[in-house]
Structure formats: C-alpha cells, structure tokens
Design a protein. Structure first.
Ligand code: NAD
Length: 486
C-alpha cells in the first residue's frame, strides 16, 4: 500500500492543457487542505483567465479528430480507464479521504460507483443510434442522426470528487465531445490524478483538459460566454447554477444542471421500521451528510415517530468519529469550518424554535472541521433546517398525522431531486410515485444512485439527466434530414 506522502507526490500539480502539464501562466498557486487535520497537503497551479482560454483552445482543436474517432475506439479507451481505475482504487480512495474527508470505506464505495459511469458509457458509445423511415405522406425518407455537441465545459463540486467528474467526463467522451473540466477548488487532486489515468488509458492530447483555480467565477465566465463552447454541465448549488444559466443564455448554450436538494424521507405507520432505520442511516449519514441526495427532512407518522427517533439515535451514538483513514471511523470531518458553522446554526435555530436534541448538537473542538452526528426531533414548521440543505450529519424529524399532510410537507420546497418513502403498502407506494414532486425516489431504500439510471431533479434541483440511456443524450445533438424517395 502506497504511503500518503508518496501518493501526494505522484499527483500532478499543474494544469492539464493540450496533453501537457504546466504551471499557471502567471505562476499563481492554490493550496489544498485535509479537512480532518486542517493541514495543507499540496500546492497546485491556479489557472488564470488566459489559462482557461488556452484549455478551451485545446478542446476546440482536438474536437474535429476526436468526434470522428470511431465509437469503438472511444469505447475502448474508456474501458481501459475503467480497468486502470480498478488497479489504482486504493490510491484514489486514499486521495479522496485526504482531500475531502470521507471515511476510506466510503471512498472505495465512490470509486465503485464513479467507475461504473466509465464502464457504462464505454458500452453506450457504440450504441448511439439514429433512425430511417418513410414519412407519413409516403413522399420521402426521414433520416434522424445524432452528432456530438462539441467542446464542453464541466464544473464539479467537492463532495464526490471522483463520481461527479466521471458522471460527466465519461458520457462526453463516449459521445465524441472534447472537454475542459474545472473541479472544485477544495478537492482538485482527484480530478488531476484521474486526468493522468485517462492519459495512461490512451486518451489523445487535448480531448480532456483540466483547469484548477481559486478564481472560479473569473475563469469560468469567459469560457461560458465563448461562442466556440457548445455545452455546459454543472453540478453544484442552485444559486451558482442560476448564475451560470444567465451566462449561458447569451450563446443559447446547451446546459445540464445538477443542483441542490432538500429530500423528504417519509416513514409511514405501516413501514418496516428496521428497514426504515437502515435506510435513514444510509440516506442521511453517507458522505457525512454532504450529498445532494441526503435525506434532509425526516417526516415520520406520529404513531411511530418516537420509536423511529429512539432507534436511529441508538445507531447514531455508536458512530466512530475521526479522520477517515482511521480504523472504525464512520463519520469524518465536514469539508471546512464554514460548513460546520452553517450546520451548527441550523441546529441552534431548530432548537430555539422548539425542537429537541436526542443526541449530538455540538461542534467538536479542532483540529479539523468536525460536528457531532445529531438527531433532532419535533422540528417546528418555519425552522431553517426544513428549508435549507443541511449538508451535514444532522437527522431532523418532523411528525405528520396523515398521508395528505405528509405529501403536502414533502412537496413544500422549491427543490425536487429525490424523495424516500418507507411503506409496506404497494398502493400507497404507487400513490407516492404519482404525488411526490422529485426526479428520483427510493421506495423502501435509502440509496438510489446507479450509473444505469437517469440521475437528476425537478424544479430548482436542475435540468437534464446523468447516467442511464438518457445520460449520453446530453452530449449529442439531433439532426433530421429529409430526402425524396429513392
Ligand atoms: P458550489 O455551487 O459552491 O460549487 C460547485 C462548483 O462550482 C465548484 O467547482 C465551484 O468552484 C464552482 N463555482 C462556484 N461559483 C462559481 C461561479 N460563479 N462560476 C463558476 N463556477 C463556480 O457547490 P459546492 O459547495 O461545491 O457543492 C455543494 C452543492 O452541490 C450542494 O448544493 C449540492 O446539493 C450540490 N450537488 C448536487 C448534485 C446533483 O447531482 N444534483 C451532486 C452533488 C452536489
């Protein structure tokens, strides 16, 4: 097993532009920290506006050749990348734990999940299809064909450093698009190391370019406004997504937006409570609660609310807290102190408005950015914690009295990413599919993500889908051709 310092030495520290690793043109750098210790772990290049333009130039130059590369060849490069990721999975897991804080076992889980997008889209590349047939009048033939959309700009968040990148890179490359990717400044190392892996898998120069920067807004805007760019795919918060949509409007840019969530987690009186508790722990505490799919509001039928709270609290009290590299740790740090303060203020507000703490509720003294895993019950309407994404290890329970009230509360948010429903009634489950306003739903399960499924939200949670048969459609454009009968 490679040591942490050897691994960090191995991760490139430059920008990856046109197949070359290079420093920022103005020499600027960016420090990366371990959130479990507060320690700086590496210093890397911080791209300028000129570097961003150079990266787009490279993606534009590489597009004609890559878009004409046979689908089978594109597929095989992706498949090699998938295989290399399996070989290097311990390294990627350690790297993610160091820069983002998640426990090592979860980092391995992310590699399994993130890797599946590479395998899935390596299989989709040769299956991009068109159609041919007579028009209804019988006067001609209609041909419908799909074409890569062009150079793409991909912006990813810090919470899943590998999977958020592969979920975009793999379909883009499979479709024949070239890419500039800008990872989050808090966790850029995984993307740099992954670019190295793609190079090792045989990806031609310029097809993928990576810009890391501490001036994301300044570097991104000129790229988004450049008329040569044909697609923007963003994962991050809704306010930033809205800003980028405005910038994209000028060039009528194709966009995909994977934005924030505020997932309701419904436990009905007829639920299997053991399964609901397992589902709640998975939906809430995976990634230390820092997932867009995290259960945010636990709506529990009043008749089982106390028992549900008792059982989840018992589980939560048994969590091991610490640096994700340590044995037995299930809860790592939050990404930084700002995140800790936000979580803490949401809990304090809920308690001031009448909620009760079952367990947790306090900031853990440093070093590192830790908050106690927390269960808070009887959360009162109007509390901030019901309206905002918590993005931390806090399970907030609000009781309800009947199904209509549960649905009303669940849908009472501008977000619509995912919902979770625990019931043993098939017809109630079916009613929830019809009534809950979310792009995804876990019916008696607390985890929904899968590379073969269309991931994405309704309402303020976004536009477009990642994964599944739908995922590649985000990176192709349709052409219809009419030709007279032969
Ligand atoms: P964020 O919006 O602050 O940042 C996301 C990315 O955008 C980062 O790379 C950041 O550097 C960049 N960015 C920020 N401001 C920018 C600007 N003005 N111009 C260009 N780029 C800019 O979000 P975050 O804190 O990194 O991630 C957490 C958020 O992401 C949460 O809201 C979460 O729900 C959401 N998220 C959504 C999904 C999904 O699939 N729907 C998945 C993961 C995370």
């Amino acid at each position: 097993m490679i040591s942490e310092s050897d691994l960090l030495d191995r991760v490139p520290s430059g920008l990856y532009i046109g197949g070359e690793w290079r420093p920022a043109e103005d020499g600027a750098t960016l420090d990366v920290f371990d959130p479990a210790t507060g320690r700086r772990v590496k210093t890397i290049a911080s791209a300028s506006v000129a570097d961003g333009k150079a990266a787009l130039d490279a993606a534009c130059d590489a597009f004609p050749s890559w878009s004409r590369t046979p689908a089978r060849d594109r597929s095989e490069i992706l498949r090699r990348a998938f295989d290399l990721l399996q070989e290097r999975k311990d390294e990627f897991a350690l790297l993610m734990t160091v820069e983002m804080g998640k426990p090592l076992a979860e980092a391995k889980g992310e590699i399994a999940y993130g890797g599946e997008f590479i395998r899935w889209f390596s299989e989709e590349a040769p299956r991009i299809q068109g159609r041919y047939g007579a028009n209804p009048e019988g006067t001609g033939r209609m041909i419908v064909s799909q074409h890569p959309v062009g150079p793409c700009f991909l912006i990813t968040p810090w919470n899943f450093p590998l999977a958020m990148a592969t979920r975009k890179i793999a379909p883009a490359l499979a479709a024949g698009c070239t890419v500039v990717i800008k990872p989050a400044e808090l966790t850029p190392l995984t993307t740099l190391y992954f670019a190295q892996l793609l190079e090792d898998a045989g990806l031609p120069k310029g097809v993928l370019n990576v810009i890391t920067t501490k001036t994301s807004a300044a570097v991104s805007e000129p790229i988004i406004r450049d008329p040569r760019l044909r697609k923007l795919s963003f994962t991050g918060s809704t306010p930033v997504g809205q800003k980028l949509l405005e910038q994209a409007a000028g060039a009528v840019l194709r966009t995909s937006m994977e934005l924030g969530g505020n997932a309701p987690f419904l436990v009905f009186e007829d639920a299997d409570l053991d399964k609901a508790v397992d589902g709640a722990i998975a939906a809430k505490f995976r990634n230390i609660g820092q997932a867009c799919t995290a259960g945010n509001r636990f709506l529990v039928h009043r008749s089982v609310a106390d028992e549900f709270a008792r059982r989840v609290s018992e589980r939560v009290r048994s969590f091991g807290i610490g640096r994700g590299t340590e044995e037995g740790v299930t809860i790592g740090p939050l990404i930084n102190d700002k995140a800790v303060e936000k979580v803490s203020s949401l809990v304090d507000d809920a308690v001031e408005r009448g909620a009760r703490l079952e367990t947790g509720g306090k900031i853990i003294d440093g070093p590192g950015s830790f908050y106690e895993p927390t269960v808070v019950v009887d959360v009162q309407p109007g509390s901030d914690i019901l309206r905002e994404e918590i993005f931390g290890p806090v399970l907030a329970i609000q009781p309800f009295d009947d199904e209509d009230e549960a649905v009303r509360l669940a849908n009472d948010t501008e977000y619509g990413l995912v919902s979770y429903v625990f019931t043993q009634s098939l017809t109630r489950g079916q009613r929830m599919i019809e009534r809950l306003e979310t792009g995804m739903m876990g019916l008696n399960t607390g985890l929904v993500s899968n590379a073969a499924a269309p991931f994405g939200g309704w309402k303020f949670s976004g536009l477009g889908r990642e994964g599944g048969a739908e995922g590649i459609l985000e990176y192709v454009q349709t052409k219809y051709t009419l030709t007279p009968n032969p």
